[in-house]
Design a protein around this ligand. Structure first.
Ligand SMILES: Cc1cc2nc3c(=O)[nH]c(=O)nc-3n(C[C@H](O)[C@H](O)[C@H](O)COP(=O)(O)O)c2cc1C
Length: 208
């Protein structure tokens, strides 16, 4: 997984710049090495954590029956969402749906506890779990494993909980379909540069 090197950026920054969601060009026939997963999760648990303190739990789903059940829920949610918004399904999303039951692993990032109702509490709650999910995605990418950041399944959290035997009081956040990447060239996305999204001293005032 390489990127056309830009001399402004270090190798470390190149990984960050090319951490794309990968839905195609994946080796579905190759199991994920548990030692790659262990190392990536050991990186993830070094993420910042707030008052909840290490309330992350990672659930790695490899059983065909459970993956098929999750894939079916995912497809239903996505189709309903797109229908409600009158949007067509992109080819990349179709690719993910068709691959989902055959992904070597579906990795769920869960939090023990439930988000409070106030905004500050919610920011603290999700802020204590999502950095670990992002670290996990980056660490997997560093080991040649492509993932997609997905949270659609939360629309049917109860059904997912039943498939995964999640106890009450556990919050699902992100699900990463994971597989080794096959010769995909991961490039930076077309995003607004720093100068367009950064202000200096007061809102709307150019910094750069
Ligand atoms: C909060 C959040 C939820 C997302 N949920 C999904 C999802 O359920 N399924 C999906 O295919 N993409 C989902 N995405 C989008 C992709 O992970 C990805 O960010 C997007 O396709 C842009 O691609 P890129 O990040 O590689 O540039 C989500 C992104 C975010 C930030």
């Amino acid at each position: 997984m390489t990127d056309a090197a830009d001399p402004r950026f270090s190798d470390y920054e190149q990984v960050l710049r090319t951490a794309r969601s990968v839905r195609k060009h994946l080796d579905l026939g190759r199991e994920i090495d548990p030692e790659d997963l262990r190392a990536a999760i050991d990186v993830a648990v070094q993420a910042p954590t707030g008052l909840m303190g290490e309330n992350w739990r990672f659930l790695v789903v490899t059983e065909a029956k459970r993956k098929a059940a999750i894939a079916s829920i995912y497809q239903t949610v996505l189709e309903e969402l797109l229908q409600a918004r009158g949007m067509p399904m992109k080819a990349t999303h179709r690719a993910l749906i068709s691959h989902l039951p055959d992904m070597p692993a579906l990795i769920f990032v869960c939090a023990i506890g439930e988000p409070p109702s106030d905004q500050g509490g919610q920011i603290g709650f999700y802020g204590s779990i999502l950095p670990a999910a992002w670290s996990l995605m980056l660490a997997l990418r560093g080991r040649g494993i492509g993932t997609t950041w997905t949270s659609l399944l939360n629309a049917r959290a109860d059904e997912v909980a039943a498939v995964l035997a999640l106890p009450d009081g556990v919050t699902q956040t992100v699900m990463f379909p994971a597989a080794y990447v096959l010769n995909a060239k991961l490039k930076p996305a077309d995003r607004l540069p720093a100068a367009n999204v950064t202000y200096g001293n007061a809102w709307g005032v150019d910094y750069f």
